[in-house]
Design a protein around this ligand. Structure first.
Ligand SMILES: [Zn+2]
Length: 199
């Protein structure tokens, strides 16, 4: 009974939103990221997007790392969630303390064997940045010269969406972004995304 009611609500909401001229699906992609497991160094992280995650997917994780602040619809009454928020701007970059945050807060969880689920909206830009950043920390340059390519291979080739994200990933190792990533970014139409050199 409850399921039917829920579906009715969802259908109604969809109709209302569709009638609003400002409403558009954020992204149409062939992939649906709902907490798949991605290797990062000796560990694994679950990754997804709020567009695809269901409430029950959250129950599979020990700790949630929301990279977006729009995920309240996934929360269920009566459930306990351990949450480590790491809100990143959509189509933005990473904060100055990004590496320290990952090393100081996220790695200890992985070392403890916690199942960590990181997610943004579609599971591409911010989630891809999170995964590639962990790879940049946990895997050497010799093992994995390009953490972004590694995420494309292990997770999704639409992961990491902006110059600022890509630069932030390579900056973790004190490196410049290889030219080929600029070309990819241009191809994906991200040239309008401003670089925020101050953050
Ligand atoms: Zn994808």
């Amino acid at each position: 009974m409850e399921v039917n009611l829920k579906r009715k609500d969802d259908a109604l909401r969809h109709i209302v939103l569709s009638g609003h001229t400002q409403y558009q699906q954020p992204e149409i992609t062939s992939c649906r990221h709902a907490g798949e497991v991605v290797p990062v160094g000796p560990y694994e992280v679950m990754a997804g997007g709020t567009m695809y995650l269901q409430s029950q997917d959250l129950q599979r994780a020990d700790v949630l790392v929301p990279l977006t602040d729009e995920w309240a619809r996934l929360l269920r009454n009566g459930h306990r969630y351990d949450v480590l928020p790491a809100i990143l701007p959509d189509f933005g970059g990473v904060p100055k303390n990004w590496r320290n945050f990952l090393c100081g807060k996220v790695l200890p969880l992985l070392e403890e064997g916690k199942k960590v689920l990181a997610f943004c909206t579609a599971g591409h830009g911010r989630t891809g940045t999170f995964l590639a950043s962990l790879i940049a920390i946990l895997e050497t340059r010799e093992q994995t010269p390009d953490p972004i390519k590694a995420v494309w291979e292990r997770y999704c080739d639409e992961a990491v969406e902006t110059l600022a994200q890509a630069e932030g990933i390579f900056a973790i190792r004190g490196e410049e972004l290889p030219d080929e990533h600029y070309q990819r970014t241009l191809r994906y139409g991200q040239v309008l995304i401003p670089r925020n050199d101050e953050s």
